[in-house]
Design a protein around this ligand. Structure first.
Ligand code: G
Ligand code: G
Ligand code: MN
Ligand code: NA
Length: 256
């Protein structure tokens, strides 16, 4: 695959950049932070989304140095937001996606702590997103680094929740503090009136999450109606085009 072939050079040539999509606290509309989403500014193909190259990078192992770059750049950005006073009293948090290979890399804890120290960013201002399928597949030993980071104060989010095959009881053993409800659930709440079964499903997931002490972030909120229903169902925070598209770091904080 020719894109695979050009990945190492692209990393060396600084062709990657990050867009930030705001995360909004539903109770008061405050911007809590943003998810870092990597893009490849390809000299001939234009801007490529992560779906085009993350699987290739994961396959070849280049995801490790690429992910290292994303983490460092995102934490550097968190420091910059803080220096610019953009979060007000509470610093803006940055959410970084971790691929399975990064999850299993022996230096994950050391590198993460190192980057936080380098930029004097509090662990609480970083959240690592790991997909449900990757986390559920990991055994207790493999989850140790995430547990360690969680103990240090780094947030851990279970990404794309509801698309994997996790049995709900397994949530208990995962070191996650937040569950990110996959966009497919949000889609079911678009219609007027919302599908009653979809409402019940989200209601049930939120109740279960809260019972387990997990916060719920909803993805893919595109309309004010969806936002209203998700707030009524007790979702803690939200992300989606209704609030803001992924964009430059200067768009934070946003006004809801
Ligand atoms: O950018 P977009 O909204 O199209 O994101 C698509 C997917 O790519 C997201 O689900 C996200 O999990 C993944 N993704 C974005 N940035 C990164 C990254 O830096 N590392 C990894 N592993 N995945 C990412
Ligand atoms: O980490 P994750 O794979 O969930 O990344 C989020 C993906 O969803 C990104 O590709 C992002 O551009 C996309 N996205 C973000 N907000 C919305 C939205 O409101 N609607 C839709 N359809 N996609 C969204
Ligand atoms: Mn994510
Ligand atoms: Na997601």
């Amino acid at each position: 695959h020719h894109l695979t072939h050009h990945l190492p050079g692209a990393l060396k040539g600084c062709e990657f950049f990050i867009e930030y999509q705001p995360l909004i606290r539903m109770a008061d509309g405050r911007t809590e932070g943003a998810e870092a989403l990597v893009r490849w500014s390809h000299p001939r193909h234009g801007v490529l989304g992560p779906d085009r190259f993350i699987p290739l990078a994961e396959h070849t192992g280049l995801i490790v140095p690429l992910g290292r770059w994303v983490l460092r750049e995102a934490v550097r950005q968190a420091r910059e937001w803080q220096d610019e006073g953009r979060g007000g009293a509470e610093p803006l948090r940055v959410n970084v996606n971790l691929s399975p290979r990064q999850l299993h890399h022996p230096d994950l804890v050391e590198e993460t702590v190192g980057v936080l120290e380098e930029f004097r960013v509090a662990p609480e201002a970083l959240c690592l997103e790991v997909t449900e399928s990757a986390m559920v597949r990991a055994d207790d030993h493999e989850l140790k680094p995430l547990r360690k980071l969680s103990e240090l104060g780094v947030g851990i989010a279970l990404d794309d929740f509801g698309t994997g095959y996790s049995n709900l009881a397994s949530l208990r053993r995962l070191p996650a503090g937040t569950l990110k409800l996959d966009r497919s659930f949000t889609e079911g709440l678009q219609h007027h009136p919302a599908d009653p079964v979809d409402l019940k499903i989200v209601d049930g997931i939120v109740s279960l999450a809260h019972t387990l002490g997990l916060a719920v972030t909803v993805e893919g909120v595109e309309t004010s109606g969806q936002a209203d229903r998700l707030r009524e169902l007790g979702c803690d925070s939200a992300q989606g085009w209704y609030y803001a598209r992924p964009g430059p770091p200067e768009q934070l904080p946003i006004t809801v």
